[in-house]
Design a protein around this ligand. Structure first.
Ligand code: UDX
Length: 440
């Protein structure tokens, strides 16, 4: 079995490395010569726990290689995975499929034997069929099938998610293609991972429906958190109280500053677009998108209020910049809304993130990046928690209090204990937990 993985971005690199761990020969292809050279030199361009070792081990075993030669890789592959980017298109918010279709054309030209062309990128309903049409048009003689095989990886836990998924979704009506996909996923088949075989269109929709449902769940608990603050209830107890109902489930009920990342914002927008175009709008999803965007903007106002109504001339310490812990990814991170708003309001900002500072510096100018969390607290008028990295949970509040100019903490991820913080004399604000109103 040989796989060509087109695109060495997040999905391509993780999937390629994991397939090679299954014992399959995998060649990862990218147009970006520099990126391939870096990968060949053993450098991993993204931050993902365990990925460096997985890549190194499988390269050493000779099962994982990197190249810019798409045609050569496709010619000998049993399956070609398309894992190129599908960014949000400017203007209308739909997914930009130009990279997917360009890859499909190049793959078509290189086909030499029966090949399964697998869409791994998150693509709107109908894309798989269009890939098939493009390939057929360029190569009427070629033997191939198109499969949709969406990924459900979470950044920071991607390898575990790949190796122990809740399910695998495979969209194709061709039995020949299903056989190839079964062979590829054999190790997971052996651990009794459910495989959902569907049509192309259904598989494509499953990916969007899944992510959109999770984004809705988060947005729901965020609104409950706001309500909790008004009525003096505790959102964590609400989440536990409802989540223990098996029909609801406990996961993805953690309140915060609004969801971000590379998937939820993009996928909710793309589904809303697809649905509008299909004449069957998903109004609940449109609401989710709007509520989440407004929430992120409102978070800056919370900081301003905690600082007594103005941050002009004040120093705000920010802990965490990435959209979630264990990643250096800044895509649609709440920090990208909150920090510029605070800067505009006249604040000075000093910040630390264990992994995302380099990435943050590309998007956020005028921030004083610090080496550690305590340096962030030093002489700050307010400390804001934006990402729940484990190391922040272990910080010593007493030491933070000594370093801060004013003992104000706005904890947008609820990592500290309110009673303890207030007991130590902090003005402590968190999300959806009973809190006396203060002005600092
Ligand atoms: C998500 C999906 O989980 C994954 O299945 C899909 O393949 C890609 O998109 P990811 O974006 O890596 O993964 O991160 P995830 O852990 O799902 O978090 C997304 C966002 O939701 C983050 O901003 C996170 O902080 C937020 N979130 C998540 C909450 O605010 N509360 C929660 O309870 C869970």
């Amino acid at each position: 079995m040989r796989i060509a993985m087109i695109g060495t971005g997040y999905v391509g690199l993780v999937s390629g490395a994991c397939f090679s761990q299954f014992g399959i020969d995998v060649v990862c292809v990218d147009k970006d010569k520099q990126k391939i050279a870096r990968l060949e030199a053993g450098e991993i361009p993204i931050y993902e726990p365990g990925l460096d070792k997985l890549v190194a081990d499988n390269r050493a075993a000779g099962r994982l290689t990197f190249t810019t030669d798409l045609a050569g890789s496709v010619a000998t592959a049993d399956a070609v995975f398309i894992a190129v980017g599908t960014p949000t298109r400017r203007g209308d918010g739909h997914a930009d499929l130009s990279y997917v279709y360009a890859a499909a054309s190049e793959v078509a030209d290189a086909l030499r034997q029966y090949t399964v062309i697998v869409n791994k990128s998150t693509v709107p309903v109908g894309t798989g069929r269009e890939v098939g049409r493009i390939v057929r048009e360029r190569r009427p003689d070629a033997e191939f099938d198109v499969v949709s095989n969406p990924e459900f990886l979470r950044e920071g836990a991607a390898i575990e998610d790949f190796m122990k998924p809740d399910r695998i979704v495979i969209g194709t009506q061709s039995e020949r293609a299903r056989e190839v996909m079964r062979a590829i996923y054999r190790p997971l088949y052996l651990i009794e991972t459910p495989i959902v075989f569907t049509t192309l269109e259904t598989a494509e929709l499953i990916k969007y429906a899944g992510n959109t449902f999770l984004a809705t769940k988060i947005t729901f608990i965020n609104e409950m958190a706001d309500l909790c603050e008004k009525v003096g209830a505790d959102v964590h107890d609400v989440a536990r109280g409802i989540g223990l109902d098996g029909r609801i489930g406990r996961k993805f009920l953690h309140p915060g500053p609004g969801y971000g990342g590379s998937c939820f914002p993009k996928d909710t927008l793309a589904l809303a677009y697809t649905a509008r175009e299909a004449g069957s709008p998903v109004t609940i999803v449109e609401q989710v998108i709007q509520v989440n965007a407004e929430r992120k903007k409102r978070m800056a106002q919370r900081v301003v209020e905690a600082c007594g109504g103005s941050v002009a001339g004040k120093t705000i310490g920010v802990l965490g910049l990435a959209f979630k812990p264990n990643t250096d990814d800044m895509r649609d991170a709440a920090a990208l809304d909150i920090l510029p708003a605070l800067l505009t309001a006249g604040a000075r900002i000093q910040a630390h993130d264990p992994a995302a500072m380099e990435e943050a510096a590309r998007h956020l100018k005028g921030i004083d990046y610090k080496d550690n969390a305590y340096d962030v607290a030093k002489d700050a008028d307010c400390l804001v928690v934006l990402t729940e990295w484990t190391q922040f949970r272990a910080l010593d509040p007493k030491r933070l209090k000594e370093l801060l100019r004013r003992p104000v903490v706005v904890d947008l991820r609820n990592i500290f204990n309110p009673a303890e913080m207030r007991g130590l004399g902090f003005v402590y604000e968190s999300i959806g937990r009973p809190q006396p109103r203060h002005s600092a």
